[in-house]
Design a protein around this ligand. Structure first.
Ligand code: NAD
Ligand code: IPM
Ligand code: MN
Length: 358
């Protein structure tokens, strides 16, 4: 029996709804396989927990998570708790403590989804953004001074280290080296305007490129790159970006392949010293929370990425096939995709397909 321990952190808002459907899909796959068992442990951490306890996760939270095989998370953050408090209290400490320095974010048009980019089909929209996930612009170094005076100011430092930059670049290059012909890597920069960290980043791109001479490299300014996502998305294979640039690019990436309800992400600790975490790119969507209409596609796709990470490739393939069949049929899709189905109906439809495929 292959057995995996999975920490479920549904979190806030629609995170709770979409993880429920993702778990249903996993349960359905396991019931068909027979030789696999998932041991779930659910954590009720998030903004409600914070309002009750003053903490986003239990004091020993990171310790409770450290030995699981994977973490499956919905979304963190909700009105009522300042976003920087909620995110620095739960999501960001997990990414950092568990050295999940790779954030893998596929930008891929699934079957059954129409891109808002005219004339663009699956052959044009299939690349991966590798987002640096542990340092960069997301640093707590800085502070506020002279508050309440005319000199009121805030400073936030960005931290780019040789260690942090080299490891994300090596990962991205090795991925570009494995896929595609020609082998292409695009590195996001802003070295024209940001004159310390970004020239540093570019320098390491050129250095690591020497280790992968077959990979054609473009270093592209983030502003131009954002436009190219829309005007020529077909030129990308692997895009590597700093933490903040990767964050912004991947909401845009989500938009060009059908919207926030679609895009998955995997926070990977490549060394496998710590658990990796799988979560949609989207947030808790307070504007639709409680309505039961969130699209669970991203969360279900994340479950597929988690299965891949666990080595369960056959199950991941069935999941992706079932998901795309539901999207292609279009009968049971959520309002963001033009349908009238609820989150639960969509999830159950995917489970039904899995049973037929299994
Ligand atoms: P959001 O991703 O929650 O929502 C942006 C827009 O996309 C909204 O209109 C929303 O309705 C729509 N959307 C998102 N997911 C959808 C889905 N599955 N189906 C259909 N529509 C969907 O971003 P936001 O509004 O900027 O953030 C809301 C909260 O979530 C904030 O507290 C933010 O900090 C947090 N957040 C958390 C994460 C995370 O935990 N990984 C990611 C992003 C934002
Ligand atoms: C994401 C989110 C987070 C990030 C926020 C909520 C801190 O936007 O996962 O894309 O910026 O990493
Ligand atoms: Mn984001």
């Amino acid at each position: 029996m292959r057995s995996y321990s999975i920490a479920l952190i549904p979190g806030d808002g629609i995170g709770i709804d979409v993880i429920k459907e993702g778990k249903k899909v996993l349960d359905t796959l396991c019931s068909l396989d027979g030789g696999i068992k998932m041991d779930y442990r659910t954590f009720d951490w998030g903004c409600e927990y914070y309002l009750k306890t003053g903490r986003m996760m239990s004091e020993t939270g990171l310790d409770e998570l450290k030995d699981v095989d994977s973490i499956y998370l919905g979304a963190v953050g909700y009105p009522g708790v300042p976003d920087h408090v909620s995110l620095w209290g739960l999501l960001l400490p997990i990414r950092r403590k568990f050295e999940q320095y790779i954030n893998l974010r596929p930008v891929k048009l699934l079957r059954g989804i129409q891109s808002p980019l005219a004339g663009r089909t699956a052959e044009h929209l299939d690349f991966t953004v590798i987002r640096e996930n542990n340092e960069g612009e997301y640093s707590s170094i800085g502070g506020r001074m002279y508050e309440g005076t005319e000199m009121d100011l805030a400073i936030q430092s960005a931290v780019f280290t040789k260690h942090g930059v080299e490891r994300v670049l090596r990962y991205a290059y090795s991925m570009a080296n494995k896929i595609g012909k020609p082998k292409r890597l695009t590195a996001a920069t802003k070295s024209n305007g940001i004159n310390h960290t970004m020239p540093f980043w570019d320098e390491y791109v050129r250095k690591i490129n020497l280790e992968y001479p077959e990979v054609e490299t473009e270093i592209t300014h983030i502003d131009a790159l954002a436009a190219f996502f829309v005007t020529k998305p077909d030129v990308f294979d692997v895009v590597v970006a700093s933490n903040l640039f990767g964050d912004i690019l991947t909401d845009l990436g989500a938009a060009i392949v059908g919207g926030m309800g679609i895009a998955p992400s995997a926070n990977i600790n490549p060394d496998r010293k710590f658990p990796s975490m799988f979560e949609p790119v989207h947030g808790s969507a307070p504007d639709i929370a409680g309505k039961g209409i969130a699209n669970p596609t991203a969360a279900i796709w994340c479950a597929g990425m988690m299965l891949e990470h666990l080595g369960e490739h056959a199950l991941a393939n069935i999941l992706m096939e079932a998901l795309q069949q539901v999207l292609e049929e279009g009968r049971m899709v959520t309002p963001d995709l033009g349908g009238t189905a609820t989150t639960v109906q969509f999830g159950e439809e995917v489970c039904g397909k899995i049973k037929r495929l299994g």
